[in-house]
Design a protein around this ligand. Sequence first.
Ligand code: NAP
Length: 267
Amino acid sequence: MTGHAVGEVVASADPAVPVGVTVLHESGWREYALLDAREVRVIDVDEVPATAWLGVLGLTGFTAWTGLTRVAQCQPGETVFVSAAAGAVGSTVVQLAKAMGCSVIASAGSERKLAYVRDELGADAVFSHRSESIRNALSHALEDAGQDGIDVYFDNVGGEQLEAAIRRMRKHGRIALCGAVSTYGKRTPGPGNLLLAIWRELRLEGFLVSSHERARPQFEQELTQALRTGAVRPVETVRGGGIEVAFDAFLAMLGGADLGKTIVQTG
Ligand SMILES: NC(=O)c1ccc[n+]([C@@H]2O[C@H](COP(=O)([O-])OP(=O)(O)OC[C@H]3O[C@@H](n4cnc5c(N)ncnc54)[C@H](OP(=O)(O)O)[C@@H]3O)[C@@H](O)[C@H]2O)c1
């Protein structure tokens, strides 16, 4: 399975990557990796925990930052709605938006996650995507937050929540289409209210974080600083049990079992 991994160098023929340093690589889930030195990156784990390089400082954090700041071009003080808000990407979006002084509406699937996102991450209002009516639940959450509309929707799930968000977008609102986890493996019709995107002059933009690689140094600089000041914290669920549990951990993550980034400890 492809994916990022962090590990300690146990043997090396290249002085640039000496034994004992911690490295990040993208060569898949495994216990040991025999790699060219060019395929690994030595990471600093003195200031930032190694697992953060897989989550908040890694691909999922970069996705959150890219979608919020570069794609949706979120501005301080705006109203932001984020779905799958207790997940790896979503939990970073909530924290970044709060750090920008935004009002944040967040959705997730369980009471435990909703409480975490509201009480620990600072979301202004939350609702469950398991509510009988998502559109009513979103409206109530907007009322709770004292807002009459959304400027930025960070969409991790697609489907019904996307349609509900379009209905409450303000004029010139922006929707960053990051993922569509509610529709994976299904044939689902698109949102039935796209006409509103014309009337309200909305921008809906899909993005792949891999196309924003040149912005990664800026992201790492900003996020390292945010971690240092405590404006953003890593949110992760670490699962022990070795490489054998990786596949089940992946399915459990998709099913909503974990808070934040799912990390599998192989050693
Ligand atoms: N565009 C890019 O470049 C890029 C890069 C990385 C990831 N992504 C996408 O970003 C999204 C978030 O990724 P992630 O790694 O941070 O995953 P995640 O949010 O940690 O995990 C997925 C979460 O989706 C929620 N979910 C599952 N089924 C759902 C449904 N039917 N309706 C609503 N929510 C549902 C579950 O949370 P609940 O318990 O709250 O239901 C689950 O925990 C995914 O869609 C992923 O594909 C995109």
